[in-house]
Write a protein of this length. Structure first.
Length: 291
């Protein structure tokens, strides 16, 4: 159970905008280059996403979020290549089993961690000047989440990765303290709630998260806020909700969020395949109930 829950943080590695100069307590607003990168990434057009964000970084080298998004593109490529994302929906797919024989790409790993390091170095320097810089706080939220993802999903070091889940949550809480309407951050806090709520009660004493009840229901509510009011994380929150509802044996709710995601990103091959599988599952359940 811990493995699949940790997967959910994957998309927390993406988001936001900025400029070459430090920004104090500003929520990321619409930025065409970042939006285009997200659109390409959600459609799994990795080359286009990479080219778009690299062009943005060249023009805005002082924005830590640019490097975060570039790292996220690399992370998504690796997760897709290893079929880790597919495994979160249906674990009995033969193609997934075949791809489990693949090994992590050391060159891509180095690229991901190098971009995370650049993002964090710039973000931390901004936070020294202004502890309420939401652009920098959000960068730290995402990059800590990316380290969690790589360690837990690619390197299979789930236990060691948990400290990064706590750190990502801590930065998310700090971001919301500055700007309660920074709705994308509810994706992180909702994930943390669901994660903690999925762990046996006696283990929760040893796994502490800031400002977290440890309730699956609270986690779903926060994710729904991001899915309704979020910006860059709005589509991802829907995908995350689809995964969680399927794991809770609520396929109709899962299909609802997948349908919304597919409507916005019809070229995403993963969602298209998984939605077809889900439709067959729902039909089989209906047929069984009709007997």
């Amino acid at each position: 159970m811990m493995k699949w829950i940790l997967t959910a943080a994957i998309f927390l590695a993406i988001a936001s905008t900025g400029s070459a100069e430090p920004q104090a307590a500003l929520r990321p607003s619409g930025n065409r280059a970042i939006e285009d990168t997200f659109h390409a990434l959600y459609n799994f057009h990795f080359v286009k996403a990479r080219n778009t964000i690299q062009f943005y970084i060249a023009k805005h080298p002082g924005d830590p979020l640019g490097y975060s998004v570039l790292a996220a593109v690399g992370l998504f490529q690796e997760l897709d290549r290893l079929s880790i994302l597919e495994g979160e929906f249906f674990k009995d797919d033969d193609k997934i089993k075949d791809k489990k024989k693949l090994k992590p790409d050391p060159v891509l790993r180095s690229e991901i961690y190098d971009n995370i390091a650049k993002a964090q170095r710039i973000a931390l320097s901004h936070l020294k000047r202004d502890a309420n810089d939401t652009n920098a706080l959000f960068t730290m939220t995402m990059t800590e989440g990316m380290i969690l993802d790589y360690m837990a999903l690619v390197e299979k070091r789930q236990a060691a990765s948990l400290k990064y889940a706590r750190s990502a949550q801590s930065y998310a809480v700090r971001t919301l303290a500055v700007d309660p309407e920074f709705y994308d951050v509810y994706c992180t806090t909702g994930f943390s709630e669901y994660l903690l709520g999925s762990i046996p009660f006696f283990l929760r004493w040893f796994i502490k998260f800031d400002d977290t009840e440890g309730s699956k229901e609270a986690g779903l509510r926060k994710l729904q806020i991001a899915a309704t009011k979020g910006n860059y994380f709005k589509p991802f929150s829907k995908l995350l909700l689809a995964i969680f509802y399927l794991r809770q044996e609520e396929p109709a709710m899962s299909e609802r969020y997948l349908a919304q995601f597919e409507a916005a990103y019809p070229e995403n091959p993963l969602v298209k395949r998984e939605r077809k599988k889900l439709a067959k599952m729902i039909a089989a359940i209906a047929a069984e109930q009709g007997k």
